[in-house]
Design a protein around this ligand. Sequence first.
Ligand code: G3I
Length: 372
Amino acid sequence: MKIEKCKTASIILAGFLVISCNVKKDSLDNGSSLKNAYEKDFYIGTALDINQINENDSEVNNLIATQFNAVTAENIMKCEVIHPKWDTYEFDLTDKFVAYGKKNKMFIVGHTLLWHSQLAPFVRKIKSKDSLQLFMTNHINTIAGRYKGKIDGWDVVNEALNEDGTYRKSIFLDLLGEDFLITAFKLAEKAAPDTELYYNDFNIEQPKKRAGAITLLTKIKNSGARIDGVGIQGHWSLDGPPVKEIEESIIAFSKLGLKVMITELDVSVLPNPNKMVGANVEQNFAEDPKMNPYTKGLPDSVQVKLAQRYEDLFKIFIKHKDKISRITFWGVNDGQSWLNNWPIRNRTNHPLLFDRNNKPKLVYEKVLGLKK
Ligand code: G3I
C-alpha cells in the first residue's frame, strides 16, 4: 500500500517537474542572483537609463532589484541634461534616480561631474579662463552639494587622457591647464566630504594609457586632493584586451592606494571596424549588413565564446577581490546597450548577461557558476 502511494506520489512529482520545466521561464526562478553570489567580494552594479529610472517596466525593475546592488545613471547626470543653461539645473530625474537607489538599498554612483563630452552648448561657448573656472565651481558645488550624503561615489573626472597617456585636448585643458583635475577633486571633496571620489576612463588597462593614468593619479594624490578610487571602464570585446593587461592594471592602480572598480563593463561580440577599442563616442562608421551578423539572435557558438570571455574576466576579478570594490555592467540587458549604436548605428549587439527579453544568457550561468 505504502509502495503504491509512493509510486503515485513519484508519478505526480515527475509530472509536476516536467510541467514546471516546461513553464519554467529561466534560471532566475530559482532565486539566483549576481549580487548575492558576489556579496562578499564586491558590489555588482548596473547603469540605468531613463525608462528604468522611471520604473516603466516591472519586469526590468524586478531584474534590477534582484540582481544588482549598485547603480550608475547612464546619461541623466551628464552636463547637457542636468545643467543645460548657466543658471538652470534639471534635478527631477536625478532625484528619482537617487530615491530609486535608496529604496533598493543600493550603492549610488554619480556619473559624472566633469567630462569633455555631452557638455551643454553654453559651456562650449565659454572663452575665458575665469568664466570656465566659475562654471566648474558652480557646477560641482551645486550638483555634488545637493546630493551630499546621498550619493556614495562620484566619477569626478571622466576620460581626461589620450590613448598614448597624454592629456586629452578639451576645453578644460585648453583654458585651465592640466591642474583642472586637481581643482575638480578639491571642489568635489568640499561639496561632498563623505562621498568616494573617482577618476574614470576607458583603455587605461592598456600599457601606454595605464602609464599616463598612473602619472595623473599620482599627481592628484600628491597635490593633497582626495581621490579614493579609479574606474577602469571595461568596454571590451571577445578578443581583447588580454586579461593579463587587465590584471596588471588592477595591481598597479591598487598599489597607488586606490580602490579599483570596473565601472562600465560590456563585451562586444560584433565585428570591429579598424580594430577599435574603448569608447571614444566621436568615432563612427557607416552602416553595413556584413558588420551586423547576429540580428536574429546570438548563435550558440558565440554564446559559448562570450561566456568564456566573461569567465576569464571574473576569475581575475575574484582573484583580486581585495583590491576591487565594484563591478558595474554598462546596462541591464542587451537591448539597452549603447553598443547597438557604436561605432556603427542600428546594430544588434549582445554584450551583457541578460538578453533583450531580460532572460539570463549562458554567460550569466557561467559567471554565477564561479561562485558555486
Ligand atoms: O535623449 C536623446 C533623445 O532625446 C534624442 O531623440 C536621441 C536622438 O539620437 O538622442 C538621445 O540621446 C542619446 C543618449 O545616449 C540617450 O539615449 C544620445 O544621442 C547618445 O549619444 C547618448 O549616448 C550615450 C553616450 O554615453 C554619450 O553620452 C550612451 O547612451 C551612453 O551609454 C554612453 O556612456 C558613456 C559613458 O558615459 C562614458 N564612457 C563611455 C560610455 C559609452 O560611450
